[in-house]
Design a protein around this ligand. Structure first.
Ligand SMILES: [Zn+2]
Ligand SMILES: [Zn+2]
Length: 315
């Protein structure tokens, strides 16, 4: 998200990630947030950190020794058990926020609360990258080993300018699909198979395929889930495939159909066949499927059932 420095934008971006997890029905995720302030308040914090870690010069890992001079905040991210242990007692950024940054962070918490998103403040989150400012957050799970971060992000108001652009506040997050998959597997969550197909057109030869490609493209523009053969299957294999993906209608397109200009569209549920002019398949198919749907309902007054049938929602 670009262009907003307001704390509600932070809550909004966090809520996007939150809703993805909610949609996927992933449980046990915990949201940790922190503010790492602006360059102004971070200066004081750096000084305090440096002073603290100087006392452990002899124990820090070689990487952290370098960080000590360049950017002591990065030491808080070190995976070495020794550095981790030392970092536990270090000063926390929240005690060094300037008034504006403290107010911004209060705002983020307030808006998250309003959106019903639970969180805990973890002053140890700093994120590894230097361009972060103010809000940082992580979604953490215990399902994939110790404290696996599934999603992390925050505000990086200095990034656009650092890359040569105009001064622009910005926010965002990253989510590892590998970790997400591990997490879903650990929780026994399966993604629903997306194989909805309104009409499968089975071409019998090359010229029919050409026409079929044209028709499915038209149908898709009209919001119809149409498919044809992109593998080079035999007609028999195509019909098997159409059955497998649960195509609601099928149509076989061959040289006869192209010559006569009509194609038989079969309702796979009722077996009823309707001849439709090839050139009008796009609009006529919509009418056909709507009529069939209404017919299936009969004179029932159940509008929910009607809507389910019209839009192919599974019970
Ligand atoms: Zn500040
Ligand atoms: Zn270290």
């Amino acid at each position: 998200m670009f262009g907003s420095a307001a704390p509600q934008a932070d809550a909004e971006v966090i809520s996007v990630a939150y809703q993805i997890f909610e949609y996927l029905q992933i449980s046990d995720l915990k949201l940790h947030i922190n503010s790492i302030g602006c360059p102004g308040c971070r200066k004081n914090y750096h000084a305090a950190l440096k002073e603290y870690f100087e006392g452990y010069r002899g124990e820090l890992c070689p990487t952290c020794l370098e960080r000590l001079d360049k950017n002591p905040m990065r030491i808080l991210d070190c995976k070495s058990p020794v550095c981790k242990k030392i970092a536990e007692g270090s000063p926390v950024i929240l005690d060094y926020l300037c008034d504006e940054c403290a107010e911004h962070f209060e705002g983020v918490k307030k808006f998250l609360g309003a959106m019903g998103i639970e969180f805990s403040v973890d002053p140890r989150i700093v994120r590894g990258l230097d361009y972060y400012t103010r809000t940082v957050f992580e979604f953490v799970s215990d399902s994939i080993g110790a404290q696996g971060t599934v999603c992390g992000g925050g505000r990086y108001d200095g990034l656009v300018e650092e890359l040569g652009g105009p001064k622009t506040p910005a926010l965002g997050f990253g989510m590892g699909t590998g970790r997400l998959k591990m997490l879903m597997k650990a929780q026994g969550i399966e993604l629903p198979e997306d194989n909805e197909c309104d009409l499968y057109i089975a071409p019998m030869d090359e010229s029919a395929l050409l026409k079929a490609m044209e028709i499915v493209s038209d149908l898709r523009s009209g919001g119809i889930h149409a498919q044809t053969d992109v593998v080079g299957r035999s007609l028999k294999a195509q019909m098997k495939y159409a059955d497998k993906i649960g195509a609601r209608y099928t149509a076989v397109l061959g040289s006869n159909e192209l010559e006569e200009g009509t194609v038989n569209v079969k309702n796979m549920k009722t077996g009823r066949i309707t001849a439709i002019p090839v050139e009008e398949l796009g609009e006529k198919f919509i009418t056909l499927s709507l009529n069939d749907a209404v017919g299936e309902i009969g004179d029932a007054e159940d509008s929910a059932a009607l809507i389910n049938t019209l839009f192919g929602k599974k019970e």
